[in-house]
Design a protein around this ligand. Structure first.
Ligand SMILES: NC(=O)c1ccc[n+]([C@@H]2O[C@H](COP(=O)([O-])OP(=O)(O)OC[C@H]3O[C@@H](n4cnc5c(N)ncnc54)[C@H](OP(=O)(O)O)[C@@H]3O)[C@@H](O)[C@H]2O)c1
Length: 307
C-alpha cells in the first residue's frame, strides 16, 4: 500500500510517497481504508520541527531527537472499515468512520491504518452521514480542540465571545460551536476572510492588521485565541469580571465524548468543516508548502481515495 513517510525533519521535500506493507488488525482492532486525511498546522510544524527553543527540546525528546520516531505523519482521517478483529464489538465491516491516530505507531498519511476499538488516547467514531469523506477527515483535530477549549471556558447560552484567528481550522469550528449556543461572536481575522467567518456565524468582524481588538469598548465573557498569537494580558482588557481566556497554546486532551458530540453537531447541521483546498496524496509536498505559508482558511484535505 501507499504511505507518505519522512525520515528527517525539514522542508516539505522530506515527504516521500512510498510502498509499505499493509497492516493486519489484531483481535481488538479495526482495519480502516482511509479515504481522506488532512495537513494540519501541527503536521507542518512537526515535519519542520519549527518550535520555540524550550518547546523544540521537548518535542524532539518526544518525537525523536535526530530523526522522527514516527515516520508517518497525519493526525486525522475518514474512511471505511475493511476488516475487524475477532474481539471488536462496536464496529463492523463497511462502517464509515472518522478518527485520530493519536498515540498509535503510525499517522494517517497512508491507505490503511489499524485502530484499536477502545483507546486511552485518540478516538474513532461513526462518520456523520451528511458529510463527505473530505469534510469528515477535517472534523476531529480542529473541531475537538475548539469544543474542548469552549467547554474549558464554560461557554453558556447567549454569551459574548471574541474569537481571535477565526479563519483557521480551530477558529472556524469555534465560531460555529459558539453560534450553536446563541453566542454573539466577534471574529478577528483579515478582511479577506470576513465573508468566510460571517458565513460560519460571526456577528461582528475586525481586521487584526488594522485594529487592536483589546481597545474595543465592549466587554466579553470569553476571548478564544484560536491561532496562539495573542495573550491573556492583552485579552484581559476586554474581559468581563470572571470572563475566561482560552488559547490553543494550552495542552488539550479531547476524548471520545468530544468526537461524538462534534459528530452530532455536524449531523444536526450546526457544524460543517470549512475546506480551503483538497490535494491528491501524490501532491502531499504541495499541500505542505501551502500550509507552511500560515494562511490556510479552515482545513486542507488530502484525498487518499479520489472523490
Ligand atoms: N492545543 C491543541 O490541541 C491544538 C490543536 C490544533 C491546533 N493547535 C494550534 O492552533 C494553532 C492554529 O491552528 P489552525 O490549524 O486552526 O490554524 P492555522 O492554519 O495555523 O491558521 C491559519 C489562519 O490563521 C490566520 N492568522 C495568521 N496569523 C494571524 C494573526 N496574527 N492574527 C489572526 N489570525 C491570523 C490566517 O489568516 P490570515 O491569512 O488572514 O492572517 C489563517 O486563516 C496552531 O498553532 C496549531 O498548532 C493546537
Amino acid at each position: 500500500m501507499k504511505a507518505v513517510t519522512y525520515k528527517q525533519y525539514g522542508s516539505p521535500a522530506v515527504l516521500n510517497l512510498v510502498d509499505i506493507k499493509k497492516p493486519q488488525p489484531k483481535h481488538n482492532e479495526v482495519l480502516v481504508k482511509i479515504y481522506a486525511t488532512t495537513v494540519t498546522s501541527g503536521d507542518a510544524r512537526l515535519r519542520s520541527s519549527d518550535f520555540p527553543p524550550v518547546a523544540w527540546l521537548l518535542v524532539r525528546l518526544l518525537y525523536g531527537f535526530f530523526k522522527p520516531k514516527k515516520e508517518i505523519l497525519g493526525h486525522e482521517f475518514s474512511g471505511i472499515i475493511e476488516a475487524v478483529g475477532k474481539d471488536v464489538t462496536r464496529y463492523k465491516v463497511g462502517d464509515e468512520v472518522v478518527g485520530t491516530p493519536t498515540m498509535l505507531p503510525t499517522g494517517s498519511y497512508t491507505e490503511y491504518i489499524c485502530v484499536p476499538e477502545e483507546r486511552k488516547k485518540g478516538v474513532l467514531g461513526l462518520k456523520p452521514r451528511n458529510l463527505s469523506f473530505n469534510e469528515a477527515a477535517a472534523l476531529p483535530v480542529g473541531g475537538m480542540t475548539a469544543l474542548f477549549l469552549l467547554k474549558k471556558a464554560q461557554l453558556n447560552k447567549g454569551q459574548k465571545v471574541l474569537i481571535y484567528g477565526a479563519s483557521g481550522s480551530v477558529g472556524s469550528y469555534a465560531v460555529q460551536i459558539a453560534k450553536e449556543q446563541d453566542a454573539t461572536i466577534t471574529a478577528v481575522c483579515s478582511s479577506s476572510n470576513f465573508d468566510m467567518v460571517k458565513s460560519l456565524g460571526a456577528d461582528d468582524v475586525l481586521d487584526y492588521k488594522e485594529q487592536d481588538y483589546s481597545l474595543l469598548e465592549q466587554q466579553f465573557d470569553i476571548v478564544f485565541d484560536a491561532v496562539g498569537k495573542t495573550s491573556k494580558s492583552k485579552a484581559r482588557k476586554i474581559l468581563k469580571k470572571g470572563g475566561q481566556f482560552v488559547s490553543v497554546k494550552a495542552l488539550t486532551s479531547p476524548t471520545q465524548e468530544h468526537l461524538e458530540e462534534l459528530c452530532r453537531l455536524a449531523e444536526d447541521g450546526n457544524v460543517r468543516p470549512f475546506i480551503d483546498k483538497a490535494f491528491p496524496i501524490s501532491e502531499i509536498v504541495k499541500a505542505h508548502e501551502y500550509v507552511d505559508k500560515g494562511r490556510k482558511r479552515g482545513n486542507v484535505v488530502i484525498e487518499v481515495v479520489k472523490q
